[in-house]
Design a protein around this ligand. Structure first.
Ligand SMILES: Cc1cc2nc3c(=O)[nH]c(=O)nc-3n(C[C@H](O)[C@H](O)[C@H](O)COP(=O)(O)OP(=O)(O)OC[C@H]3O[C@@H](n4cnc5c(N)ncnc54)[C@H](O)[C@@H]3O)c2cc1C
Length: 533
């Protein structure tokens, strides 16, 4: 196999070039916004790749690597950022990688990694580039940089129907993975919100969370075995359904964020596609009653695939139901069994917590395979959830963002209060006000994973200082109230200061020792997870 060109991604916003909003759409949006808030907003001119004046590449590509290594503006600007592209929309690419490599097979991957190691080039493994924590953003002042994009490793190689597992290459994107599994009637059933623009290798490297709310949802649960190349050689684990033989080698790789090696393929646990579905929308007149119902449903171990509670602000924002109530979406699915019974049980629990559910908000499909979550309030929420990005606000300096965490139920109400207070205070301080809402993305019997979204009042200039101040206030509050700095967005470079507080010191030392073995020269992703040696 040799290099195959893929659809072009946008260098300045989330998505593909074909989906970028036009200049007139951006102008129109800015004008509407200006009118709404009474401040003139002018969208910046979006740069074209060939117009960029990037720093000259500091690396000369040897002939034997030239068929899959690139130094053109498109490749280098695209790989300058993960999903945080606010600077890209302003045409700023101060630290692009010097070379972007697209190896197509293990030999080429081994060859390029060996070359990077020999010359001590900073080496960044790259999946879909959807990192929101600076995981693929080249570090400054560390010398020449090579980004290794895994997009050519895009095949489902083998399906084991009996064990219900599949051997899948790491650079495959979500939709392509599902497309290749579908003819056999299988699915991985792992849908992070970034599904369309992220890869299996990225999911494994970041311990991604899919958008099934309970039970098996983190990628960890689907990995049967892994293969990874490191500067010191190959790391491959044995295919096993379970094992008690010492610490699990896969669990060390899952979440290693590209600092130990580059994942090339994995045997993944797959499943039959769901045929039976059941969904209900329940309203609560208080956020507290709503999340209490969620706790009881999770602790009853009914394992709904969806158990998403939206606070009143988010309910109003994403569904238009603006009456101070919280919306709880409950969904179940199965390949083999009717889901009416578990849905009935969950509804009974919700009603016992003062939940209100009408018959038209209960939809059960008993085996035709039809989706049940596409209409009414649930459908409105689903559309708002899927249609992320868009590029209309890119470069406008709008202070919006999200952060997510997890916390045990005993601490939850106080935690929510403290995190909201600290974040709102920062919004008031640096933006002169703003809004904050919350939903649960995942729920465990011992605690929820809350996800907060903030929007600061528009203020000209100061975008980066404002974002930093809000992020710091929220993260400090999360840490001091006992939560984790991330439930599923990974650590990268952005979250590292708080990860340093969260993890045991001896664990950091052990991770450094492991990095020394796998990556003795420390070329892989310096500054991610641990301090570079
Ligand atoms: C709009 C949006 C929604 C999101 N929703 C979710 C969500 O629901 N759940 C969730 O978990 N995350 C979510 N994310 C975060 C992000 O999509 C995940 O972290 C995802 O797993 C990254 O996958 P990727 O292929 O894009 O990896 P990249 O962004 O390319 O890389 C992420 C990290 O993994 C490393 N890496 C990538 N590929 C490999 C490999 N083959 N071997 C070794 N290391 C590698 C990189 O060096 C980097 O440190 C979201 C992001 C955005 C922008």
């Amino acid at each position: 196999m040799s290099f195959v060109e893929k659809p072009k991604r946008s260098i300045w916003t989330w998505g593909y070039q074909q989906d970028e909003p036009t200049n007139s759409e951006r102008q129109k949006h800015a004008a509407e916004l200006s009118k709404k808030i009474g401040i003139e907003i002018i969208p910046p001119k979006i740069p074209l790749a060939h117009e960029l004046n990037l720093r000259t590449s500091r690396i000369k590509i040897p002939d034997n690597l030239s068929s899959y290594c690139f130094t053109d503006n498109y490749e280098r600007s695209l790989h300058s950022y993960g999903a945080e592209r606010e600077l890209a929309a302003l045409g700023k690419f101060p630290n692009p990688p010097d070379v972007v490599a697209h190896p197509s097979n293990e030999d080429e991957l081994a060859e390029i990694l060996d070359w990077c190691d020999r010359y001590n080039y900073v080496t960044i493994p790259y999946g879909g580039g959807s990192s929101v924590v600076g995981g693929v953003t080249p570090p400054e002042d560390k010398g020449p940089i090579v980004t290794i994009d895994m997009d050519q490793f895009d095949q489902v190689l083998e399906i084991d129907e009996i064990s219900r597992t599949a051997k899948i290459q790491a650079g495959i994107y979500g939709p392509e993975l599902e497309r290749q599994l579908k003819p056999s009637g299988h699915t991985l059933r792992h849908y992070p919100q970034s599904f369309v623009e992220s890869t299996l290798g990225g999911w494994i490297a970041t311990r991604s969370g899919g958008h099934y709310a309970t039970n098996h949802t983190h990628i960890d649960e689907f990995v049967e075995s892994l293969k990874m190349i490191t500067p010191s050689g190959w790391w491959e684990s044995r295919r096993l359904p379970g094992s008690g033989a010492g610490p699990n080698p896969d669990r060390i790789i899952i979440g290693s964020e590209g600092i130990l090696g580059i994942i090339t393929e994995a045997w993944m646990r797959i499943q039959k596609r769901p045929q039976y579905r059941a969904t209900a929308a329940v309203m609560f007149n208080s956020w507290e009653n709503g999340y209490d119902a969620v706790r009881q449903i999770a602790q009853a171990k009914l394992w709904p695939s969806n158990l998403r509670i939206l606070d009143p602000d988010l309910t109003a924002d994403s569904t238009g139901i603006d009456n101070g109530m919280s919306l709880l979406i409950i969904g179940f699915e199965s390949s083999d069994l009717s889901q009416k019974w578990p849905l009935d049980q969950a509804i009974e629990i919700a009603k016992s917590c003062n939940g209100i559910v009408t018959d038209d908000n209960i939809i059960i499909d008993d085996g035709t395979g039809a989706p049940t979550g596409r209409g009414g309030a649930i459908g409105a929420w689903r559309n708002a959830f899927i249609n992320v990005g868009g590029g209309l606000t890119a470069g406008l300096g709008m202070v919006t963002g999200t952060f997510e965490t997890a916390i045990t139920w005993d601490k939850w109400p106080e935690f929510d209060k403290k995190v909201r207070e600290a974040t709102q205070a920062a919004l008031n301080d640096v933006c002169g006000g703003g809004t904050l809402n919350c939903r649960f993305t995942h729920v465990y019997p011992d605690g929820p994973a809350p996800y907060y979204t903030y929007v600061g009042n528009y203020k000209k200039d100061g975008y980066f200082e404002q974002q930093d101040a809000i992020k710091k206030a929220a993260s400090d509050a999360i840490m001091s109230a006992g939560g984790t700095i991330t439930h599923h967005h990974a650590v990268g470079r952005l979250h590292k200061p708080w990860y340093d507080v969260e993890r045991p010191e001896l664990f950091a030392e052990s991770l450094k020792a492991m990095k020394k073995v796998c990556d003795p020269s420390g070329i892989l992703n310096p500054g991610v997870l641990i301090d570079p040696a």
